[in-house]
Design a binder for this molecule. Sequence first.
Ligand code: ZN
Length: 220
Amino acid sequence: MNLILIGAQGSGKGTQASLLVEELGIVHLSSGDVFRNAVKLGTPVGLEAKEYMDRGAFVPDRITIRLILDMLAQPEYTPGVVLDGFPRTRDQARALDEALPELHRAIDRAIYLNVPRETLFERLSGRFVCRDHQHVFNVKTKPPLVPGLCDIDGSPLIQRSDDTPAVIEKRLHDFFEQTIPVVHYYRAQGKLLEIDGHQPIERVGALLIEGLGITIEESR
Ligand SMILES: [Zn+2]
């Protein structure tokens, strides 16, 4: 099964990706992994991507697609994949659809974890990490036992520079502007599974499994 997982930062995407990997035996492939792997392998197309990244520029879609296809061609991806962070735009979604037949593959379902923008903002702006080990806390959803201190190592909790309100606003703006068209793209293909992500993690996971029509065998 080849899936795409769409959700803004703070939507709980990482947790649900892990669940899909566990329940379906497929491989999680984030766009970050794709680039890191390409640089590590040092293939010509990987080096080309690295040039863009070193300049802090966006890697062009044709290169990104090539890198993803090269990874999906590896035997470990035979059982299927859950793509995370890609496609990020409608153009990328279209390019992916055009390229996948080369591997005799297609996207089966696209999952959208729908969380209201205000909720995402609240979740993200409440995030703090500890100074010593970057353990993550959230004043709204996962507060520390002692305010301002890490439960695990007692070091002070600080807010990262990319968790400031202005930076969060910008990230959410980009997501809703660029990535919601991807949701519409897969909806038009009849492949969209939209899950209300504004509820407890376990409930979201259960709806996801149910929505994909997966039967979980009871462990004996
Ligand atoms: Zn800590």
